[in-house]
Design a protein around this ligand. Structure first.
Ligand code: PEP
Length: 253
C-alpha cells in the first residue's frame, strides 16, 4: 500500500554559518525550492541566524526550525532560548534530543520529554531524535536503546503524539559518511512505528512521520526515501550546500 504521509526534509545546519552566510544559503534554497509544495522543507540554522533566515523565507513555502530550546518559558536560565522566543521569530519546528546534545551537553530522555511538551504547548512541531551508537548496534541492543528513548522522550503525550516528527539517527552514521542501508533503516523505522502504536494507537502511529538521519546525501536519498516507513530526512552536512540539499528534496518528491 502506498504511503500517505507527506515527506519532510529538514536541514540541520548545526554550529555553521554566520548570519551573512546563512542568509545567502537561504536565498539560494529559496530560488531552488521556495515553490515546492510536494515536500515539507524545514531549515534549521543556528539561533543567531534564525531572524535573518526567517525574513528571507517568510514569503515562500519553506519553514523555519531551531536546533534546541529550553522547557521553561522564561527566567534565569543563562544562555537558553524559550519556545516563545522561537515563535517570535516564526519558527514552526524545533529539533529536540539530537544525539550531539545527548552526547556532549547532558541531554537526557527526561529533559527531552519536558522540551517536547513545552514545544507542543507553544504550537512548535518537535523533531524528536533517537538512535543507537555503534557499540550498542554491535552488541545487539539497538531496539532496547530506541525503545527506551522513544518511550521516555515521548512519555505522557497522549493524543499529542500526533503532533510530533521522529528522526531516527543512528549515531554511527551521523557525520561519518557511513549510512544505514535502506533495509537497516527501514527495520528500525518499522520498529519505531510499532512503538508509537503501542503508546498512542495505530491510527496516530500511522500518521507520524519518521525521518532518517545519518549521512543522507543525493547519492543515497532516493533508495532510503522509497522505504515504507521512511518519511523524510534530517540532513546535516549535505544541508549546507544548495545543490545537495535541493537534490535530496527532489528525491523525496
Ligand atoms: C544530523 O546531525 O542530524 C545528521 C544527520 O548529520 P549528517 O547528515 O551530517 O550525518
Amino acid at each position: 500500500m502506498k504511503k500517505l504521509r507527506k515527506k519532510i526534509i529538514a536541514g540541520n545546519w548545526k554550529m555553521n554559518k554566520t548570519t551573512a552566510d546563512a542568509a545567502s544559503l537561504a536565498e539560494g534554497l529559496k530560488l531552488e525550492l521556495g515553490d515546492c509544495l510536494d515536500v515539507d522543507i524545514v531549515l534549521c540554522p543556528p539561533f543567531t541566524a534564525l531572524s535573518a533566515v526567517s525574513g528571507i523565507i517568510d514569503d515562500c513555502h519553506m519553514k523555519l526550525g531551531a536546533q534546541d530550546m529550553h522547557w521553561e518559558s522564561e527566567g534565569a536560565y543563562t544562555g537558553e532560548i524559550s519556545s516563545g522566543m522561537l515563535r517570535d521569530l516564526y519558527c514552526n519546528y524545533v529539533i529536540l534530543g539530537h544525539s550531539e546534545r545527548r552526547a556532549y551537553f547532558g541531554e537526557t530522555n527526561e529533559t527531552v520529554n519536558k522540551k517536547v511538551k513545552a514545544a507542543i504547548a507553544a504550537t512548535l512541531i518537535p523533531i524528536v531524535c533517537v538512535g543507537e551508537t555503534l557499540e550498542q548496534r554491535e552488541s545487539g541492543t539497538t531496539e532496547a536503546v530506541v525503545r527506551d528513548q522513544v518511550e521516555n522522550s515521548l512519555a505522557g503525550l497522549d493524543d499529542d503524539l500526533a503532533k510530533i516528527v521522529v528522526a531516527y539517527e543512528p549515531v554511527w552514521a551521523i557525520g561519518t559518511g557511513l549510512t544505514a542501508t535502506p533495509d537497516q533503516a527501514q527495520d528500525v523505522h518499522a520498529f519505531i512505528r510499532k512503538l508509537l502504536a503501542e503508546i498512542g494507537g495505530s491510527d496516530i502511529a500511522d500518521g507520524v512521520r519518521i525521518q532518517y538521519g545519518g549521512s543522507m546525501k543525493p547519492a543515497n536519498a532516493a533508495e532510503l526515501l522509497e522505504k515504507q516507513d521512511i518519511d523524510g530526512g534530517l540532513i546535516g552536512g549535505a544541508a549546507l550546500d544548495v545543490r545537495s540539499f535541493a537534490e535530496i528534496v527532489k528525491a523525496a518528491m
